[in-house]
Write a new protein. Structure first.
Lengths: 263, 436
């Protein structure tokens, strides 16, 4: 599905069904150097189970036009603009990594528009180590390898994603390679610079779910503790045997966590 | 801070895609001999059928043992997804049929395995897919053969019978200039000697019967989607590849390029090709090929080491009229082989002994270690004499037009003691020259 956001084309995967704004809306927000396809199983399932689904390509990623946005705040405003363009009054937001910060920030900026937030592989602050941040600017292939290696906990994730026979470490690398040059540094810089998480978390009133991987090296579970503490009503699902690529390594566990949370 | 690193090739050959069996703890990959899989409940069933969850439904489409093999070959090739099929021929057919239907056109190297040539020249033609065969060394011929309806460029990493080395970077660049993918048959080289995706190829396949299995026990094929070709972009620019980048009525309007940004080819090939053509691999065969791949690095190193010794022996033997191997400086692709195949140019090659068809037959019959049969890539050394077997009805003049002479032999060098192989060949060559 294509939308016009501020004069630029934005793409959203709708889960294999035409988007219906009259259904409860779920908006998926990918992380840095990714696109909508990281959510294909979860978004496809929900689209066929009574939800209107938008799995976004953020600006400059995948099929969405424009330069990548420089801050989490700008991304949050853009997601709210997507809701306007799609005719959605209120939606649940599901974000991964950088996308989880976007969901948190959007819930703070437009609380009337955000029904629930699910933060997958989240952390605050989302500090990026200097060698990695520098590499995203100076040597994208190196940075992509670093992120790819640190994002996986196994060489045998089953049942694989999106289906049997996929080598998800190769899949994740190719996806990062497919994103336009220059985007990676903007994304990682935005994560690193985001400072509003504690304030937004303290103000969150909507139902909130954390989905964390017990072997996540990029955003280890302990890095979400401050956010969890600031949102007393939050629930957490700790996914066993999962690194930062939770949707790749444990697609069923992520879906099942969302199924329980969203209704 | 030292950057992290990926596991090396040898480690991946043992571990990629495999974990202890969650049900039993079995360390070796179990052979899941089952046609189908029970569903947890009706919703789980519907979600599996509609590709909302990943998992197995029916072993024609996917199987847990096969999935380990598929992930392993994808990892070794540096690709995204593997598909295990019944044979190398099935892999070629699946690769072609996924993107080429009636009215489509293929540009292929003319230096192909005979079975591949048959499929393209006769059988696919019957289904409306035309092929133009070109000299793989002539980049202008590749370029000139591309038509508006061309869907793929195709060649072998090492061509048949002269071991033409495919200039993958050059042919891939040409393909990509025309928004076309390059598919290669990498059977003779395996990812140990050459990873075509690293050089620009987009799709790779193997007859896994050969070096990957390594023991001459089972038939199988593996097709790998490298995840490099942008099918959606090519579709937008040329209108081609609607099979992958537009809604498919045969699967509820699924647009594979929306489902997977990087490997929609693999999705289409499985969800259409395995589903409908049904050329699936037996999980028993997948197990055998997995066993073979575990020792692939060790075996390939020995294969090429033995080959170098055998080639050196034959090159200096007075009964040998000619020998062609890219390791030799006089081979036309020697320099290219040094660049693309620094570990060695495989273990299958041809040489021609002095004498006629009868001399060739005497050679074959005198051998004691080399087995006379129609296969390559076995742990044991193999020989075939085309003029008395595969081409025995072909007149001498026609043989020569195909690059084969009455005394031409194809060897597949195995893992035996190299001195024994050389002694065996010396015995055969002596016999070949008796009565000459």
């Amino acid at each position: 599905m294509l939308l016009n956001i501020g004069g630029r084309q934005a793409y959203a995967y709708t889960g294999g069904k035409a988007f219906d704004a009259g259904l409860p809306a779920v908006v998926f927000v990918h992380g840095a150097q990714h696109d909508h396809s990281v959510w294909v199983l979860q978004s496809r399932y929900l689209a066929h189970h009574g939800y209107g689904v938008l799995a976004l390509d953020l600006p400059g990623h995948g099929r969405s036009e424009g330069p990548p946005l420089e801050s989490i705040e700008a991304l949050a405003d853009w997601v709210v603009a997507v809701l306007d363009a799609a005719g959605v009054k209120a939606a649940s937001l599901v974000g991964h990594s950088m996308g989880s910060l976007v969901a948190l920030e959007a819930a703070g900026r437009a609380p009337a528009r955000i029904a629930k937030i699910a933060l997958v592989g989240s952390a605050f602050p989302m500090r990026v180590a200097d060698p990695l941040l520098d590499a995203t600017r100076d040597d994208e292939p190196l940075a992509q390898d670093m992120v790819n290696i640190w994002s996986h906990s196994t060489h045998a994730a089953k049942p694989s994603n999106p289906g049997p026979g996929f080598w998800i470490i190769g899949e994740n690398l190719r996806l990062m390679q497919r994103i336009k040059p220059g985007v990676m540094h903007v994304d990682f810089r935005a994560c690193n610079a985001y400072s509003g998480g504690a304030e937004r978390a303290a103000a969150v009133r909507c139902p909130t779910l954390f989905v964390l991987g017990d072997r996540d090296m990029m955003t280890p579970p302990r890095a979400a503790r401050d956010l969890q503490a600031a949102i007393p009503h939050q629930r957490t699902v700790l996914v066993k045997a999962s690194g930062h690529n939770l949707m790749g390594e444990q697609p069923d566990a992520v879906l099942d966590a969302l199924r329980t949370f969203l209704p | 801070m030292a950057p992290p690193k990926y596991p090396g090739f040898d480690t991946l050959a043992l571990h990629a895609g495999a974990a202890p069996d969650p049900a039993t703890g079995a360390h070796a990959t179990p052979i899941y001999l089952t046609a189908s899989y029970t569903f947890r409940d009706s919703d789980h069933a519907a979600a599996l059928f509609n590709m909302e969850r990943s998992g197995h439904v029916y072993s024609r489409i996917s199987n847990p043992t096969n999935a380990v093999l598929e992930e392993r070959i994808a990892a070794l090739e540096g690709g995204v997804a593997g598909i295990a099929v019944a044979s190398g021929q099935a892999a070629l057919h699946l690769g072609l049929a996924t993107i080429a239907g009636a009215g489509a056109h293929v540009v292929a190297s003319r230096a192909l395995y005979g079975g591949s040539h048959n499929l393209l020249h006769y059988t696919m033609r019957r289904f409306g897919v035309q092929t133009t065969f070109v000299d793989p060394r002539d980049i202008d011929a590749w370029r000139a053969a591309i038509r508006p309806e061309t869907r793929v460029l195709f060649g072998e990493t090492l061509g048949n019978p002269g071991l033409d080395v495919l200039d993958i970077p050059r042919v891939a660049a040409l393909a990509h200039d025309h928004d076309l993918p390059l598919m290669v048959d990498s059977t003779f080289t395996t990812p140990y000697l050459l990873k075509p995706l690293d050089h620009g190829a987009d799709l790779v396949y193997h007859s896994a019967t050969k070096f990957l299995c390594g023991h001459g026990t089972v038939i199988g094929g593996l097709l790998v989607d490298g995840g490099t070709f942008d099918w959606a972009q090519a579709h937008a620019r040329t209108g081609k590849f609607g099979e992958i980048a537009s809604p498919y009525e045969g699967f509820h309007g699924m647009n594979f390029a929306e489902e997977s940004t990087v490997a929609p080819f693999a999705l289409r090939a499985r969800r259409e090709g395995l589903r409908d053509f049904g050329a699936c691999m037996s999980p028993f065969n997948a197990f055998q090929i997995l066993q073979g791949i575990e020792t692939l690095p060790l075996r390939m190193a020995r294969h090429v080491d033995n080959t170098r010794k055998v080639v050196a022996f034959l090159a200096g033997h007075p009964a040998v009229a000619s020998i062609s191997h890219p390791d030799l400086p006089e081979h036309p692709d020697h320099a290219l082989a040094q660049r693309l195949l620094p570990k060695g140019a495989g273990a299958v090659f041809s040489f021609t002994l002095k004498g006629n068809r009868a001399a060739g037959m005497r050679f074959v019959e005198a051998l004691q270690i080399f087995s006379h049969l129609a296969n390559v890539g076995d742990a044991r050394s193999l020989v075939i004499h085309p003029a008395s077997t595969t081409h025995f009805r072909v007149p001498s003049a026609d043989l020569e037009a195909g690059g084969i002479k009455e005394g031409t032999m194809r060897l597949s060098v195995g893992l035996e003691d190299p001195d024994d192989l050389i002694e065996d060949l010396a015995r055969g060559l002596r016999a070949s020259q008796k009565g000459a």
